[in-house]
Design a protein around this ligand. Structure first.
Ligand SMILES: [Cu+2]
Length: 153
């Protein structure tokens, strides 16, 4: 399809221009935005936090690290179903493509908070730090909702 080819060509030109800009020392840190950080009231010493990541830039970026002062061990996990039971695995890096809005949610990608240092109570807020390969470190504030919340409310 000619339209697709034209778009590809256009994207190539834009990426080339951005790379030229980046080589001049411009970090372009605001192309990657993180918002809607939330979690559920904790039961026990484990919690799961969720964020939405939007890539407003023209180059792909990757989430490569997560941290929070509320838990001793913090990492990105992915939940999935296998043979009828829910499992989860560690995800070393999460790609966020140009124009993509990636929403973490219960049952999918989440930020696992292991060995919580304090209970997460409904209404509390706490800092979450997300490290991106290109966009650098983003600090966001997560809000705690009820124990069974499936979305930030
Ligand atoms: Cu998990």
């Amino acid at each position: 399809m000619p339209q697709t080819m034209n778009r590809r060509l256009f994207q190539g030109v834009v990426v080339g221009a951005l790379l030229a800009t980046a080589s001049l020392g411009n970090a372009r840190a605001d192309e990657l935005a993180v918002d809607a950080a939330w979690t559920r009231a904790s039961v026990g010493r484990t919690g799961a936090a969720f964020v939405t990541m939007s890539n407003h830039g023209s180059a792909s970026d990757r989430l490569v690290g997560v941290a929070s002062p509320v838990a001793a061990n913090v990492m990105v996990h992915r939940s999935f179903e296998e043979n009828g039971s829910m499992k989860m695995e560690h995800v070393a890096a999460v790609a966020v493509e140009p124009g993509q809005r990636l929403e973490m949610a219960p049952g999918g990608l989440h930020i696992m908070l292991m060995n919580l240092k304090q209970p997460l109570k409904k209404g509390d807020q706490f800092p979450l730090s997300l490290q991106f390969e290109r966009g650098g470190t983003k600090e966001v504030t997560a809000t705690v909702y009820g124990p069974g919340a499936m979305e930030p409310k």
